[in-house]
Design a protein around this ligand. Sequence first.
Ligand code: PEP
Ligand code: MN
Length: 337
Amino acid sequence: MIIVLKPRITKKEEAAVIREIRKLGYTPHIMRGVARTVIGAIGDERTHVSLEPLATWPQVESVTPIQKRYKLVSREAHPSDSTVSARGVAIGGRKVQIMAGPCSVENEKQLLQTAVAVKEAGATILRGGAFKPRTSPYEFQGLGEKGLKLLAKARKETGLPVITELLSENHAEMVADYADILQIGTRNAQNFQLLIAAAKTGKPVLLKRGMCMKTEEWLLAGEYILAHGNPGLLFCERGIRTFDTYTRNTLDLAMVPILKSETHLPVVVDPSQGTGKASLVTAMCKGAIAMGADALLIEVHPNPAEAWSDGAQQVTLDGFRRLMEEIQPFITAVGRE
Ligand code: PEP
Ligand code: MN
């Protein structure tokens, strides 16, 4: 059920509604907007007393059932856009945020050189994988905690918040100690225990789309994060498997307006995994911005030819500078910064 409270009610009146929701056996998820507070009450309405009588309370504007299977992530539950903040960088506001950095953290020089260069070019968040989900067990698996330490060092030097992938429940606390945003990769997008562990760290979670995932499945995976008490969710389109092998994946840009209408949460696009080709990244960034993306996740490497992972899709430091210049008119055209 969605309980919308009237504007300008007192804290006491709000608390009374929350108490009643709990008393009837539901879990309240409180979303405070600029004008009013909306409460998503989650519980099985077949086994609990109905919440509909709350509609008669003077401080309540409306009580509406949520028709969709996903509830807390849905636009129905929360009509205005949500923003998610990582160390003061707000994703989902006027500014299109640019997350950039290498696919994998390889060594200090590579990471710091990239971090400084992407910051200079205008990136606002640093990406870098320390735990890498590689198709083959013989490929570079990431530096692990050493990589996380290097990310923390790069953050200290540049001031950029850091996003990195969480691969295992066992590492949730450790990765959350270093990172500002936890990335859940395409291969784990429906690893529900991992999603719960990520949610419980309290850090914002960027949930990539599973490579064979339908829209509803993705939204329901995101629901796990909010249902476990973490409102900081970002959806990231990174391409899906199709019959075509010209590109590594088929980047589904239609997902941006679809997510924008289905959910209130910020939408990120990853044109690097999305195409697998550095030469296509700038064009897809322009498209993503035009579709309404709130942020981009871009792989950048000082020497892509020698990268330890995903060399073909990483742009060079110079390439990234040019990319940033080229996308600016598109950002302005959609009325953003
Ligand atoms: C990555 O960002 O480097 C990565 C492994 O992403 P995905 O899970 O989308 O393949
Ligand atoms: Mn990669």
